[in-house]
Design a protein. Structure first.
Length: 248
């Protein structure tokens, strides 16, 4: 169970205390539980939406977004801001891009990326709740946490030291592929909207992977965090757009 607790501690603000330092193998195995953690986050959001569905939608969508961010401690949003700053400030140079990612300060492009993403998420959440598709809240955190599994499985980790390098080295490849396929197939439960959400998430992920390799030769922790946030937002946006084309 250690890999599960590692994943839960790293991806959420739950008060998890590990009894011992995890091994490199356990860090690699923890990637398999990322979608499980995403499922847990989705179930919490679903339960919150059901419990508070009597309040005005504009307030409910705001509360869900705040809880969504709080559950992850803003970890992935930090990765998005760092990646956005580095991509613009790096001027196409790999070393400069990697150097900017290490800078803890957030520049104007990073702030703008956070505003745009949160606006997209909030407005899409509003429409989703208006259409009363509460159960779909389970899907988006799940799809988002397929991103690190896929990226570590298929892409080189460019920093030689740290947690990410051991995760990339020891990820159980066969199990990771099976989990990716099963999670993508689970989107069928939500019909055409779920299928299109999953397909758009994978298309976005493949595009991001291409750009990461093109610029820095692989991935870092920041780019993985950015991928989670972008994949969540895209799958949520495409889901609600598809609802109108399918139902009208």
């Amino acid at each position: 169970m250690m890999p599960f607790w590692i994943a839960l501690q790293f991806l959420t603000t739950f008060p998890i205390q590990l009894k011992q330092m995890p091994t490199k193998q356990q860090n690699g195995q923890s990637l398999l539980f990322y979608p499980v953690v995403g499922l847990m986050i989705g179930l919490i959001l679903f339960g919150l939406a059901l419990s508070l569905k009597a309040i005005p939608i504009i307030l409910l969508s705001s509360l869900i977004l705040v809880v969504w961010i709080w559950l992850t401690g803003g970890l992935h949003l930090d990765g998005l801001a760092d990646t956005a700053d580095a991509w613009v400030g790096g001027f196409g140079d790999p070393e400069r891009t990697l150097s900017i990612m290490k800078d803890p300060s957030c520049g104007p492009i990073g702030v703008l990326s956070l505003l745009i993403l949160c606006l997209i998420k909030w407005s899409a959440l509003y429409v989703l709740l208006e259409q009363q598709y509460y159960s779909a809240l389970i899907l988006f955190p799940l799809l988002g946490r397929l991103a690190p599994l896929f990226l570590f499985l298929t892409t080189q980790y460019v920093r030689q030291k740290g947690l990410g390098s051991s995760m990339a080295e020891f990820i159980p490849k066969t199990a990771a592929v099976i989990i990716c396929v099963v999670c993508l197939l689970a989107s069928i439960y939500w019909g055409f909207a779920g299928i299109f959400a999953a397909l758009s998430m994978m298309a976005t992920l493949l595009y991001l992977r291409h750009k990461f390799i093109q610029r820095i030769g692989g991935i870092t922790g920041d780019t993985v965090g950015a991928s989670i946030e972008i994949c969540e937002a895209v799958s949520l946006l495409i889901f609600v757009i598809t609802l109108f084309y399918v139902s009208h």
